[in-house]
Structures are given as structure tokens and as C-alpha cells.
Design a protein around this ligand. Sequence first.
Ligand SMILES: [Zn+2]
Ligand SMILES: [Zn+2]
Length: 69
Amino acid sequence: MSGREVVPFKCEECGAEFAETAGGICHSCGRVLCRKHLIIPLLKGTRLRDAPAPLCTTCQRTGVKGEGA
Ligand SMILES: [Zn+2]
Ligand SMILES: [Zn+2]
């Protein structure tokens, strides 16, 4: 799936298209979400690898943890 154009990701929550750096994947439900719907708990002085896994607004609201089917 390699096109010449850089196809942006599409938020599965609001349908907005965004670049890879402007969003991410929910660690819980695995959906691709824009930054508006993906909460990335970045802490100052924390490296990305050490940062907590990002959760979408839905998963964080419901408090679902772990890997859902
Ligand atoms: Zn969104
Ligand atoms: Zn989620």
C-alpha cells in the first residue's frame, strides 16, 4: 500500500484526516484517532518510549483497560 501521495490517517471517531504525527492509535481499542480524540499522556521530561500508552477519549471515559478483542 505505498502510494506516491502521503495519505493521511482518518480518525475513526470524527472522520477527520490527519498526518501520522497529528494522531495515533488507541492502546486499548486499537482505533486510529486524531489528536483531538486521542489522549496522549505526555509528561515533561518523559521520553516517548517511557510515556504511558495513549488512550482514546472513549476508552479513557469508560475506563476500559487491557486488550479488548
Ligand atoms: Zn477525531
Ligand atoms: Zn480506545
